[in-house]
Design a protein around this ligand. Structure first.
Ligand code: NAD
Ligand code: ZN
Length: 259
């Protein structure tokens, strides 16, 4: 089934040197990982906004640690879906491709994508807030299990936190700088499964647009940027992206059906 029917979209994709994709929680929804703003976004009646901050971590360390262990448990039992695999394939055939994600689940890497720009860190990594010592998930699990209060401490006494960016925190400088740079250079920019509400990631499609990129949005709903994009493809990314990949492959191979 052909999904790109718009002539301009076809031309822009066909001629694109650099394609950039920005993904959000929506791309992992079909793998079974709840989004923050979806119906399953609440945990023990608390919203992510009430849990994912440094203040919450200091005030309710055990609860926040428990929430992260709960999310890791979910992620541990999931697999990448066809949306993740389609982007891995895109990396292999596009002249230049950059993948920027707001997700912390590592599913792009598990699907085989490389050089993923992780804007919000990775949930499987942890570090001490006092001395910066890194802890692998296995090391963290060990400390978590042996601490009756579920508040793992570093050998220096500091609290150990997940290596994710919380509300109100700055993004890793290197990642956001690279994300801005490649977005400016994008010929085609794909915004996938993100509500485009969390800044600065939400600025990236707009920056791309200012630099004459062609913006394609893939989402099950309309979002804050839907009115600004060039093409809105409505539907689950696990279904839309493989179709998009198929079209792209035909376009760059100059196949019959597009003549
Ligand atoms: P969000 O929860 O704000 O928005 C998710 C978006 O995905 C919505 O626009 C929704 O309509 C769309 N969506 C839902 N199912 C979809 C599907 N099958 N296909 C395509 N689109 C679908 O997510 P966000 O914009 O990424 O921002 C929330 C923040 O939460 C991010 O910073 C991220 O770090 C964090 N987060 C990460 C994960 C993860 O790593 N998997 C999960 C939840 C939240
Ligand atoms: Zn320490």
């Amino acid at each position: 089934m052909q999904i790109i029917k718009d002539e301009t979209a076809m031309q822009r994709l066909k001629n694109a040197y650099r394609i950039v994709a920005l993904t959000g929680a929506g791309i992992s929804a079909e793998s079974g990982i709840p989004t923050f703003r979806g119906e399953e976004g609440l945990w023990k009646k608390l919203s992510p906004q009430e849990l994912a901050s440094f203040e919450a971590f200091i005030k309710n360390t055990a609860m926040v640690s428990e929430w992260y262990q709960h999310r890791r448990e979910i992620i541990h039992h999931t697999q990448p879906n066809n949306g993740h695999y389609a982007l891995k394939e895109l990396q292999e055939i596009a002249p230049q491709f950059d993948l920027i994600t707001q997700n912390v689940d590592g599913l792009h890497q598990r699907a085989g994508s490389t050089d993923v720009i992780e804007l919000h860190g990775n949930i499987m990594e942890n570090y001490c807030i006092n001395c910066n010592q890194r802890y692998s998930q296995d090391e963290f699990d060990e400390l978590y299990r042996h601490n009756p209060n579920h508040v793992p401490h570093c050998y220096c006494g500091g609290l150990i936190r997940p290596n994710v960016v919380w509300f109100g925190e700055a993004l890793p400088e290197e990642s956001i700088e690279k994300a801005y740079r490649v977005s400016q250079e994008a010929d085609v920019f794909l915004s996938i499964g993100t509500s485009a509400q969390v800044s600065p990631a939400s600025n990236l499609p707009l920056i791309a647009k200012q630099h004459n990129s062609y913006i394609i949005e893939v989402n099950t709903s309309r979002t804050a940027i839907s009115d600004l994009v060039d093409l809105h493809l409505k539907g689950p990314s696990g279904e839309i992206l493989p179709l998009l990949m198929d079209d792209y492959q035909h376009l760059i191979n100059g196949a019959e059906r597009f003549r």
